[in-house]
Write a protein that binds this ligand. Structure first.
Ligand SMILES: Cc1ncc(COP(=O)(O)O)c(C=O)c1O
Length: 469
C-alpha cells in the first residue's frame, strides 16, 4: 500500500472545515440526527484493520463522523454549559495540534510557556490578585480536585511525604455544587461522608449561617475542616454563592476557600455583572473554565491561586523527574506546577481568542448572553403554560411545562417525555435536570449562534411537542 496522499487528505480536511464552519447559524439542519448505537455501527466502519485505507476513503469516514456528530454550533444547541465555535478558537486549536508539543518544559515549549503564564496572570488579576500561580487542567472537575489537594497540603504539610488518612478530613460544599467535588473527595480518600453539603436558599445560594453551623459541628467530631468550596455559577440554576460572607467565615475559621467559577468566571469581564463574584479576591483558589461561557474549544480550564509556591509545593518532583527538568530555564518549567506530566497547550486557543475579542469583545459577549437569558426568562413568565422553576441570575434558565391539574409525578413525567421527544426529533437540544425533586428543562445561553429566534422557536417547540406526548 502506498503511503497516504497527504495533500489530498489535508486539502479535503480544510475544505470540510470551511463547509462545516460555514454551517454555523444554519437552522434548517437538525442539531442531532438521533441514531442508535446499532445504526452507527452498521453504517460506519469503526474497526481498525491490517490494511491501510487511502485518503479518499479516510475523507469519507471524516464526513460520516461529522454528519453523525451533534452540531454544537447550531443556533438551537442550548444544552450544556458550553457551545458555539469561534474562528479564532478553531485557529488556536489547529495551531496547538500543528505545533504538537507538551507544555511541561521551557525547552520544549518556550512560547507556549510565556502564553500560558500570561493567561494565568491575566485571569488571576481579574480575580483581584496581584500575584498569581495557576495551571491549565483537563477540565473544571480536575481544577476543583487540584484545589482540594492544595488546601489539604496547606493544612497538612506532611501529607506530601507521610500521606494522610482522608477519613479524618472534611470539605464543605453547597448542596447545589458540582458532582466533581464528590469525586475529588473520593480520590483524596476523604469519601462522600467527608463532603458536608450546606443548605442553599430559595435562589440556590449557599446559606452562610448554615455553613458556620456545619463548621462548628464538624469541629466537635474527628474530622478536620480542610476547605470550603463556594460556587460562582451553579450547574443547574447558575446561582452565585455569597463570597463575601463565606470568605469572612473562612478567614475567621482559618479554612481554605476555593471558588468553583468554572461557569461564572466570565462575569468578571462585565462591570454590570462582576458584582456576582464580589469577594473572590479573598479566596485561596479559583476554578475558571474559558471553555464554558467564553466559547473557547473544549477543554480549556484553569486553576488559579494567589498563594505563591502552593502549586510548586504540591506538584514539583524535580529530583525524581531528572529526565525532564533541566537548566537553563528550569524556573520556567510549567510541569512543576501541574498534576500532569505531558500536557497540551490549552492556553493558546484562549490567547488567540482573547486577542481576537479583546476585553471589550468578551464583555459584549457575556452581556449579550445574559440579555438573551433574560429574554427567555421574560417569555417563560408571560406564558401561562410554562413555569420558571428558579430565579435566574446567569445563563441558565430553569423551566417546566405546566398544564393545570397535574400532580408532581405527572408533571415530572410530562417534562421528561417532552425533552425525550425533543432529542429524538433533533431540532433542539436542552438539558433535563431536577430542582428539589421537580423535573425541569434547563436551556443555557452560552453559544454565540443563539439569538432571539432560537429562543422563540425553542418555546414553540415545547408547545408543539407537549401536544403530542
Ligand atoms: C459549577 C461547575 N463546576 C465544575 C464543572 C466541571 O467542569 P468540566 O466539565 O470542565 O470538568 C462544571 C461542569 O458543568 C460545573 O458546572
Amino acid at each position: 500500500m502506498e503511503p497516504i496522499d497527504q495533500a489530498t487528505l489535508l486539502e479535503g480536511v480544510f475544505e470540510r472545515i470551511r463547509t462545516h464552519f460555514a454551517c454555523n447559524g444554519y437552522r434548517e439542519e437538525k442539531v442531532r440526527e438521533w441514531l442508535t448505537p446499532e445504526q452507527i455501527s452498521e453504517s460506519l466502519d469503526i474497526a481498525v484493520k491490517d490494511d491501510a485505507i487511502d485518503a479518499d476513503e479516510l475523507l469519507k469516514l471524516v464526513d460520516q463522523y461529522i454528519s453523525m456528530s451533534v452540531n454544537t454550533q447550531h443556533p438551537n444547541f442550548l444544552q450544556p454549559l458550553w457551545g458555539g465555535l469561534s474562528a479564532a478558537g478553531l485557529v488556536g486549536e489547529i495551531v496547538t495540534v500543528l505545533t504538537n508539543t507538551s507544555v511541561y518544559t521551557w525547552e520544549l515549549a518556550p512560547v507556549a510557556t510565556l502564553v500560558e503564564q500570561e493567561m494565568v496572570a491575566t485571569l488571576g488579576a481579574m480575580a483581584g490578585w496581584e500575584s498569581v500561580e495557576g495551571t491549565f487542567t483537563t477540565g473544571g472537575s480536575n481544577a476543583n480536585m487540584l484545589a482540594m489537594i492544595l488546601a489539604r497540603d496547606q493544612a497538612f504539610p506532611n501529607a506530601i511525604t507521610s500521606g494522610i488518612n482522608g477519613s479524618e478530613l472534611a470539605v464543605f460544599v453547597s448542596e447545589d455544587s458540582h458532582y466533581s467535588l464528590l469525586m475529588s473527595a473520593h480520590v483524596l480518600g476523604i469519601g462522600s461522608e467527608g463532603v458536608i453539603k450546606i443548605e442553599t436558599d430559595i435562589d440556590g445560594r449557599m446559606k452562610p449561617s448554615a455553613l458556620q453551623q456545619a463548621i462548628t459541628e464538624c469541629r466537635k467530631t474527628s474530622r478536620t475542616p480542610v476547605c470550603v468550596i463556594a460556587t460562582s455559577g451553579t450547574t443547574v440554576r447558575g446561582a452565585f454563592d455569597p463570597l463575601e460572607e463565606i470568605s469572612s467565615i473562612c478567614k475567621s475559621e482559618n479554612i481554605w476557600l476555593h471558588v468553583d467559577a468554572a461557569l461564572g468566571g466570565a462575569c468578571l469581564f462585565s462591570s454590570k455583572h462582576s458584582h456576582l463574584m464580589k469577594g473572590v479576591e479573598r479566596a485561596d483558589s479559583l476554578t475558571w473554565d474559558p471553555h464554558k461561557v467564553m466559547g473557547v474549544p473544549i477543554t480549556c480550564s484553569t486553576l488559579l491561586t494567589p498563594h505563591a509556591g502552593a502549586l510548586m509545593n504540591t506538584c514539583s518532583y524535580v529530583e525524581s523527574a531528572h529526565y525532564l527538568f533541566h537548566e537553563p530555564g528550569i524556573e520556567y518549567d510549567l510541569g512543576r506546577t501541574s498534576l500532569q506530566c505531558g500536557r497540551r497547550v490549552d492556553a493558546l486557543k484562549l490567547w488567540i481568542s482573547w486577542k481576537a475579542e479583546g476585553n471589550t469583545g468578551w464583555k459584549k459577549q457575556i452581556e449579550h448572553y445574559l440579555e438573551l437569558a433574560e429574554y427567555l426568562e421574560d417569555e417563560v413568565n408571560k406564558d401561562s403554560m410554562l413555569e420558571l422553576m428558579s430565579s435566574r441570575t446567569f445563563t441558565n434558565v430553569c423551566l417546566r411545562y405546566r398544564p393545570q391539574n397535574l400532580d408532581v409525578t405527572e408533571l415530572n413525567n410530562l417534562n421528561e417525555a417532552i425533552r425525550q421527544k425533543m432529542i429524538f426529533d433533533g431540532n433542539f437540544m436542552t438539558s433535563l435536570t431536577q430542582i428539589k425533586g421537580q423535573t425541569i428543562l434547563r436551556p443555557v445561553i452560552c453559544n454565540s449562534a443563539v439569538d432571539k429566534k432560537s429562543i422563540d422557536d425553542f418555546l414553540s417547540e415545547i408547545h408543539r411537542i407537549a401536544k403530542d406526548v
